[in-house]
Write a protein that binds this ligand. Sequence first.
Ligand code: SDX
Length: 429
Amino acid sequence: MPKDTLTVVDNRTGKSYELPIQNGTVRAADFRQIKTSDDDFGLMAYDPAFMNTAACRSAITYIDGDKGILQYRGYPIEQLAEKSTFLETAYLLLHGELPTAAELDAWVYQVTHHTIIHENIKKFIDGFHHDAHPMGMFVSAVAALSTFYAEAKRIADEQMRNNQIVRLIAKTPTLAAFAHRHSVGMPYAYPDNDLSYTGNFLNMMFKTTEVKYGPHPVLERALDVLFILHADHEQNCSTSAMRGIGSSHPDPYSCMAGAAAALYGPLHGGANEEVLRMLREIGSIDAIPAYIQRVKKGEVRLMGFGHRVYKNFDPRAKIIKQIAEQVFDVTGKNPLIDIAVELERIALQEEYFVSRKLYPNVDFYSGIIYEAMKFPVDIFPVLFAIGRTPGWLAQWQEMLLDKEQKIARPRQVYTGPAKRDYVAIEKRS
Ligand code: SDX
């Protein structure tokens, strides 16, 4: 009967070691026993960018990159996108089970009645320059929220955690909308508790002089599904930041400000904004071959393509592409979709992309929909952050409750100079 162990021989000493294999992994700490002498620190695993390192055990999201599978708590993303709502999915991510009708009603009531932010936050947002990037405002405002809720530091208290989780999910759309209104010089539109979570966000974003804003149901549902698709994605860069920051036990607002900052990058959640700029730069279907040549030369990246885990289609990109048609029936077709579809068709035939298993990811089509819904391009990463908030918080809480976890503090391979003595300034060349 084969044993779940790995036998390694250290050829420097001829010694062999038997390491247990669990869940397809070997504990990195088990390599420390492999030494060449008693004062040898022992072997470490070297894995820049964590290309092949599991940092935690998690029961929240499952991805099979080769098969293009994504499941939240075991439920396929395709079924949740079709049958669930964003707040129901948020509950599922946080609690591990779909809510009963009573649980969902209570959860929606709680979130709905925490959408208002302290009036002083407006002064904070008003202080930004007129052309401040909404994501920069969002990151700052989320961090600022930590100064309004001193109780948030009591992260060992389940009720305190839940209070902040509800506040963060409830207030991120308000912060996002207020940042947008500041950017366009519009008065702030306050939450309307008669509307759904997503309908209220559209209200705060786009309400003008009408007494009561009425979101278009097709657009409201399309955006709600987009939030579902962005809700979690296991140990992506921003979630790893949430867990890493959270491991030193600050309040969740400070953790999430760091996670949002990680998401801001163009290689991560900032890609949806860059995709739009790329499609606008390409400008026409005729110009696609020339752009592909620039990508193959390494001059530019095909934004919205490629993924660390998916080496097949990102299942979210497929769903988003289907949503586009529903949105365009209401908003009119965004001509950039033709360029995107042709770009995808050509790229998927090119050896450069096929050999590197580069497929459209979640960001490739989402921005085309957002633009058709009249969201300004620079707010796209903030829309991603609204969707990802329950995932960040579920992962943060799972980390806190995981008895194996402690403060994250990786080791390094030192490549600097050996010990040397200080040189007086007059003797330096
Ligand atoms: C998200 O992790 C997640 O789950 C993230 C996310 C989530 O839900 O949280 O799914 C959301 O961030 C999606 C990714 C959005 N980013 C982009 O669309 C930016 C463009 N894509 C990339 O830069 C890139 O594909 C990454 C960052 C997404 C993945 O990078 P990896 O895994 O580190 O891959 P790599 O950079 O090492 O690339 C491998 C090869 C390289 O070529 P060679 O050096 O081998 O010759 O593929 C090339 C890269 O140059 N490559 C691309 C490319 N992506 C990778 N070449 C052109 N265009 C691209 N988009």
